[in-house]
Design a protein around this ligand. Structure first.
Ligand code: N01
Length: 537
């Protein structure tokens, strides 16, 4: 069934941190807007990811909106690292407070978006159950998230398995009981590392299938002392300003020196200090050059390995759990009792570098070494990141060009915000933005504010279309690649480079220059009349 085409100034897709803020800004600009969300409520990634143990790896006082003094003063975080339920409550509250929930159509999936040159508008098609809606909009803003499409590996025979199959990224809304169950978890990234200790406490037996060990630090999570929260509220302005001027978008209290500028004793003391604090942002800022200089990286990685070793009783097991990549070029994880979990008698590590996962059967799975009977299988296998959400939507730009086809060659995106050939379209935290390696909430705020300023300019100047030039886009891609190749990220194999998904091109999808330098660059583009864009009246 289809309905009459609706008209609006702007379509916003996604009801996560981006969509809520963008709706607030569009409302203030006086634009008519329709916001679309495939989930049943606001929250974005925090709506879908509900596995037990999930909490953010950025501290709550950083991982929250900085733009509104009212929101900052009225919301009180209860823990150092916020749990998923607390973040979801925060976003639901913020959306209500900003009065934007009314713009969102939930359970509504965007299936296609096509640019129509004759009317200089996007035609957006959505599905709500059996109903097809068509909306024509002057602008479209994708707030579809960097990590919103689960990566599901092809596993032979999984369809024959009669037990329960779960995915950390699409966890059921009601709690799952693991009591007396034999459970297997596939994947040892951030999600696996958080869910494994919780499942191990309940299950009769837990098998962890590990292919690549990650680096993880103890979160040292704790309740936020009321005095600390009160201090933050009194000093939020300065705190946020410091974060905005930093490379990672949060306060790290780093000594601000390269590894070689410190004596071995000083370097060790700094590593101990940032490790004991418990924060990936702080640990990865121990030395300025941790992701650039091999010696600095090795010092931090050796230290982290030493700490991992201390947490595992069996030295053979410790060896199997030891990561060997450049630290921080895959996500540096935080955990609560992750390595200690392997000291439990009901936990078995299956090292997929020693035995291959061959197939699933009705009762479990077989590796090249043995069969394993299980009741529940949990996929913690990550995401088709950054480009994944938009590649799944049939997006057609000028001259019939498909976005998915363009990004199948390379994930090009001017400033990480706009794509040549796709006019009047903004991608928040697209490829080539600092989002993945920063406090992403601040990164999204940067984008939304920059987009708002551009919309104001376009409306004031009576500009009908904007489109980045192919040359400007290529120059940005080259710039991002150059920044990335100047760091150890050039060796990375993870969602940071797209290599976690078979067939995806390896890309420099992360702007490695840091959040503050990035903002300087995009503001420069704006103050010079939107350099690199073709603007048509
Ligand atoms: O996903 P991942 P994630 N056979 O890609 C394994 C954010 N996040 O969901 O590396 C065997 O990191 C894969 O092994 P390998 C955060 O930004 C944040 O855990 O491909 N194994 C890896 O071990 C994070 O970086 C928080 O060899 C397979 C794992 O699955 C991002 O989300 C919490 C496989 C995937 O790890 C993604 O984290 C959760 C296969 N076929 C997530 N396919 C916090 O804030 C995949 N794997 C704390």
């Amino acid at each position: 069934m289809s309905q009459a085409t609706e008209q609006t100034d702007i379509v916003i897709v996604g009801a996560g941190f981006t969509g809520i803020y963008m709706a607030h800004k569009a409302q203030a600009l006086g634009l008519s807007l329709i916001a679309l969300e495939r989930g049943g409520g606001v929250g974005g990634t925090w709506y879908w990811n509900r596995y037990p143990g999930l909490r953010c790896d950025v501290e709550s006082v950083d991982y929250s909106y900085s733009f509104s003094p009212t929101l900052q003063q009225e919301w009180t975080w209860t823990e150092k690292f916020p749990s998923q339920p607390e973040i979801l409550r925060y976003l639901e509250w913020a959306a209500k407070k900003l009065d934007v929930t009314k713009y969102f159509r939930f359970n509504t999936e965007v299936t296609a978006a096509t640019w129509h040159e004759d009317i200089t508008r996007w035609r957006v098609t959505t599905n709500l159950g059996d109903t097809v809606q068509t909306i024509e909009a002057k602008y479209i803003v994708w707030g579809t998230g960097m990590l919103s499409i689960p990566k599901i590996p092809v596993i032979t025979g999984l369809e024959d398995f009669t037990g329960l199959v779960l995915n950390t990224a699409t966890w059921p809304q009601t709690p799952v009981d693991f009591t007396d169950k034999k459970v297997a978890v596939l994947g040892t990234g951030s999600s696996g590392i958080q869910v494994i200790p919780i499942v191990a406490q309940q299950a009769a037996h837990l098998f962890v299938l590990q292919r690549t060990p990650s680096f993880s630090l103890p979160a040292n999570n704790k309740a936020l002392a009321p005095e600390r929260m009160a201090w933050i509220k009194d000093n939020y302005d300065q705190y946020r300003a410091d974060a905005r001027h930093s490379r990672l978008g949060c306060v790290t209290e780093s000594v601000g020196k390269n590894f070689a500028e410190l004596t071995p004793v000083e370097a060790r003391a700094e590593l101990e200090r940032t490790y004991n604090y418990g924060s990936p942002m702080r640990f990865s800022s121990t030395f300025n050059d941790i992701v650039v200089d091999q010696k600095a990286n090795k010092a931090a990685a050796d230290f982290a390995r030493e700490k991992i070793r201390e947490r595992i009783a069996d030295p053979i097991l410790a060896k199997k759990l030891m990561p060997d990549h450049y630290i921080t070029t895959r996500r540096l994880c935080i955990d609560t009792n992750y390595y200690e979990t392997y000291n439990r008698p009901n936990v078995t590590l299956i090292d997929l570098r020693e035995e291959n996962l061959v197939r699933f059967t009705d009762s479990g799975f077989e590796t090249t070494k043995a069969p394993y009977d299980i009741d529940i299988f949990i996929l913690a296998t990550g995401f088709d990141a950054i480009t994944g959400a938009l590649n799944r939507i049939d997006i057609t730009g000028r001259n019939g060009q498909k976005l998915a086809a363009k990004w199948a060659v390379a994930p090009s995106c001017y400033l990480g915000i706009a794509v040549a050939g796709f006019p009047n379209m903004f991608v928040v935290a697209g490829p080539g933005s600092p989002g993945p390696l920063s406090n992403v909430v601040l990164s999204l705020e940067q984008h939304v504010e920059w987009i708002t300023a551009m919309l104001t300019f376009l409306e004031k100047e009576g500009i009908t279309t904007f489109d980045p030039t192919v040359e400007a886009e290529r120059a940005w891609d080259d710039h991002v690649a150059e920044l990335s190749n100047g760091t150890l990220m050039r060796f990375a194999d993870s969602w940071y480079t797209g290599t976690n998904v078979a067939g995806k091109p390896r890309g420099n999808v992360v702007y490695m220059g840091g959040l503050a330098p990035y903002e300087k660059e995009i503001i420069e583009v704006a103050t010079h009349g939107y350099l690199g864009f073709t603007l048509t009246k």
